[in-house]
Design a protein around this ligand. Structure first.
Ligand code: NAD
Length: 481
């Protein structure tokens, strides 16, 4: 592990104008490394480098298949270096080593997918009668600013970086303060595949300093953000002042409705992945289960069984896929989750299992299940962003939908039933950008993802995401009579 990691601006590794930040290993609570901290001047240099490359046409003028091949090669580069990247991700973020490997593979998959899509972005010709020839083209916006959260630093960067490059944009990435290290491999990948200097810039900086400077920069042409609602509002406001579009992915309080005819044994797997993967620090986590009265008690017993089966400890000691969970990203995030559990109990919720921080060094929280949660409680409405599942009850289908839709969020939702009519009705009625039927997280890089309501706007993943990175130009040609 290197002691000190630099920013990557205009093809060079550089110190930060704001000094350095300590990166803590949440699995031990100890200092892991230092990272350069960018200030507004560093951001300015990165944006101007990206703008220079954009205006040069070095990327945007390429035949798309050539760009696509470079993007795909970046994904292969990540896979070739997985043995180096995965341990660093575990040490900076806390997740089990096997989860880090899944994240590296997931990041590589974005480059494979969007590399493939590069040559599919085609315009159309519009008939205007014999006197004209008219066609549309899709052009890149220019400089894409991408502000990344700490929960999936590799996958979140890969998601937006791959699509932006595939469509011919240049990029400035602001990495998260808590988990900035692994993003360095995107710079190595950009160099390895021969992208021009300045096409990809990666810097860490404080949100209110470098993040704010980036989102307000007048030469940024498009912004992608994943993180909290509050920061999303600040970024969208900055984007509005420069009249540039942004994509916001702001988390959720997503619910699984479990009917009396659902396969409860199979649902255990959905609990495992839905709320305990990445210690619940997932924007689309299954943080609420809305259980039919008649199966509630059996379901809770099964869910508690899943929570109690998990071995919790430092992620670096968990190389093999299995029933394990790592640390949360920081003591502060863990303590915030504990505070929300305590408040829920004072409102009448019961702890079925877990609920406490663990008495070992590091940011560990017991896998937690809360029952007797009612829709009006804070815990039923606010994102915990931790391994904390709230179980609520329902009687009628209409009631289940009302509870599911009862928060300001709308990222994803799920319905578990053997009844096709019930499932399709619920899929229509759930106010969320993505609905899972009988498997939480069904789908993949190919399927569009994004929020209703305060979960944000714009779509990531799938072909839909490509349209975030291009603008339509219409060319109408008057022909000689
Ligand atoms: P955050 O929204 O503050 O941070 C996300 C990113 O935005 C970071 O890179 C940060 O530096 C940057 N940022 C912060 N303030 C900024 C500003 N004014 N201008 C521009 N960029 C800025 O999130 P957080 O503080 O790390 O976490 C707080 C809560 O957000 C979590 O508890 C969780 O509920 C939620 N969250 C959601 C996701 C998600 O995937 N939806 C990810 C991380 C956090």
């Amino acid at each position: 592990m290197k002691d000190y990691w630099q920013n990557y601006i205009d093809g060079a590794w550089v110190d930060g104008g704001a000094g350095r930040i300590d990166v803590i290993n949440p699995g031990t609570g100890e200092k892991l490394a230092q990272h350069a901290l960018a200030d507004a001047a560093d951001v300015d240099r990165a944006v101007l480098a990206a703008r220079r490359v954009h205006l040069s046409g070095e990327l945007s003028d390429l035949r798309p298949v050539e760009r696509g091949r470079m993007v795909q090669a970046m994904g292969r580069f990540l896979l070739e270096n997985i043995d180096d990247i995965a341990p660093v991700l575990t040490l900076e973020q806390g997740k089990p080593l096997w989860e880090s490997r899944i994240e590296v593979e997931g990041a590589a998959r974005y480059f494979e997918y969007y590399g493939n899509q590069a040559e599919t972005v085609e315009g159309r010709s519009i008939p205007l009668g014999a006197g004209y020839f008219d066609f549309t083209t899709y052009e890149p916006f220019g400089v894409s600013a991408q502000i990344i959260p700490w929960n999936y630093p590799l996958e979140m960067t890969a998601r937006s970086l791959s699509a932006a490059l595939a469509t011919g944009n240049t990029v400035v990435i602001k990495t998260p303060e808590l988990t900035p290290l692994t993003n360095a491999w995107f710079a190595h990948a950009a160099e390895a595949v021969g992208l021009p200097k300045g096409a990809v810039n990666i810097l860490c900086g404080l949100g209110h300093e470098a993040g704010a400077a980036l989102s307000a920069h007048p030469q940024v042409n498009q912004i992608v953000f994943t993180g909290s609602v509050q920061t999303g509002i600040a970024i969208a406001s900055a984007a509005a002042k420069n009249v540039v579009p942004c994509v916001l992915e702001l988390g959720g309080k997503s619910a699984a409705i479990v009917h009396d005819d659902a396969d409860l044994a199979a649902f255990e797997n959905d609990v495992r992945w839905g709320i305990y993967f990445n210690a619940g620090q997932v924007c689309s986590a299954m943080s609420r289960v809305i259980a039919h009265d008649s199966i509630h008690d059996e379901l809770v017993e099964r869910i508690v069984g899943v929570a109690q089966s998990l071995k919790v400890g430092p992620g670096i000691e968990q190389p093999e896929f299995g029933p394990t969970m790592g640390a949360m990203v920081s003591d502060a995030q863990r303590d915030r989750a504990v505070g929300m559990i305590t408040a829920a109990v004072s409102e009448g919720a019961k702890i079925a299992t877990g609920g406490h921080k663990m008495n070992i060094p590091g940011a560990f929280l017991e896998p937690t299940v809360l029952t007797d949660v009612t829709p009006n409680m804070n815990i039923a409405n606010e994102e915990v962003f931790g391994p904390v599942l709230s179980v609520l009850k329902f009687n009628t289908d209409a009631q289940a939908i009302e509870i599911a839709n009862g928060t300001p969020y709308g990222l994803v939702g799920g319905v578990f039933t053997n009844d096709l009519n019930r499932a399709t009705q619920a899929a229509r009625q759930i106010r969320a950008g993505q609905v899972f039927v009988n498997e939480w997280y069904a789908g993949g890089v190919e399927t569009p993802f994004g929020g209703y309501g305060r979960s944000g706007y714009g779509r990531e993943k799938g072909r839909e995401a490509l349209w975030n990175y291009v603008q339509t130009k219409n060319v109408a040609i008057k022909l000689k009579g």
